[in-house]
Design a protein around this ligand. Structure first.
Ligand SMILES: [Zn+2]
Length: 286
């Protein structure tokens, strides 16, 4: 999910901001949408704010052009008539990409507040600090920032007599039939490149080299920064890591499995490796 270029990710609402705001109201991570029509839309401000649990705890998320964007937590209970709380992932392709990306920022800010109400060192209630960027303990001064967890993603490729092949894997959590690039969280003191080599060996038992940076993307499920690379296969037979990887295979470009959603960096990464040798491949037409 990529924040739109006309979005300004501020932490504090500018004075004189328009009252015609976009409201991202969440209940346990699910976004309130008006769904009397398909595709759904964001609720009108009056409908959204009517279910907010605590307006004082609403979070300013930024400006989309001239429109202020707010995130807030809803009271428990049902959504208003013609509205529903929907899982963000289920709104892919149904809500505009721009709004999904802003919702992803908003839900992470609300989660930060929810999970940092008290100081982890001395248990004193924390306070909003630095205009909203952090929370600070008034007793011991410990300061907390929203958690962002770097994770690597790697598309492993090899070029053989059958042409280009991609090493793709699936976890049991994936939708049925879907395969993707490898991914894993960076460990303390590890570089992205070390993480890629370690994870490739742990998850599928292969050694990789010639790592090339592709792109990065924030991913709010729950708070990752995905940093994607392409790597060349060097050695080893595929051995899926038990309990982690349900299956991993080499796929030729004419027999690709179901791939991740077009909004994901995984899909863009895989597409880039396909496009190098097959710019007209049907998988690129999404
Ligand atoms: Zn403290």
């Amino acid at each position: 999910m990529i924040l739109p270029s006309r979005f300004n990710p501020l932490w504090t609402a500018p004075e004189h901001a328009s009252s015609d705001a976009l409201w991202f109201v969440f209940q346990r991570g699910n976004l309130l949408v008006y769904n009397a029509h398909d595709p759904p839309m964001l609720p009108l401000p009056a409908d959204a704010t009517a279910v907010v649990a605590d307006m004082g705890a609403a979070r300013f998320v930024g400006m989309l052009g001239d429109t202020p964007c707010w995130a807030a937590r809803a009271r428990d209970g049902h959504a208003p008539p013609d509205h529903a709380f929907e899982n963000l992932r289920m709104l892919f392709n149904r809500l505009p990409d721009d709004l999904l990306a802003i919702a992803g920022r908003g839900v992470q800010m609300l989660e930060f507040d929810r999970t940092h109400r008290h100081c982890g060192a001395c248990a004193t209630p924390t306070e909003i600090h630095e205009g909203g960027r952090s929370r600070r303990c008034p007793a011991c001064g410990e300061t907390y920032y929203p958690k962002v967890s770097p994770a690597m993603m790697v598309a492993i490729k090899r070029d053989g007599p059958q042409g280009r092949e991609l090493l793709l894997a699936r976890s049991a959590r994936f939708a049925r039939g879907m395969y993707s690039a490898l991914a894993g969280f960076v460990e303390p003191s590890e570089s992205i490149e070390e993480c890629i080599r370690r994870e490739a060996f742990e998850e599928v038992g292969v050694k990789v080299g010639n790592l090339r940076y592709f792109a990065s993307q924030g991913w709010p499920f729950p708070n990752s920064l995905m940093i994607a690379y392409v790597a060349d296969y060097e050695s080893g037979e595929i051995v899926p890591e038990e309990g982690e990887i349900e299956d991993a295979q080499w796929f030729s470009l004419d027999a690709l499995p179901q791939l991740p959603h077009r909004l994901s960096i995984a899909r863009r990464l895989i597409s880039s490796v396909i496009a190098e040798v097959a710019p007209d491949h049907p998988a690129l037409r999404v």
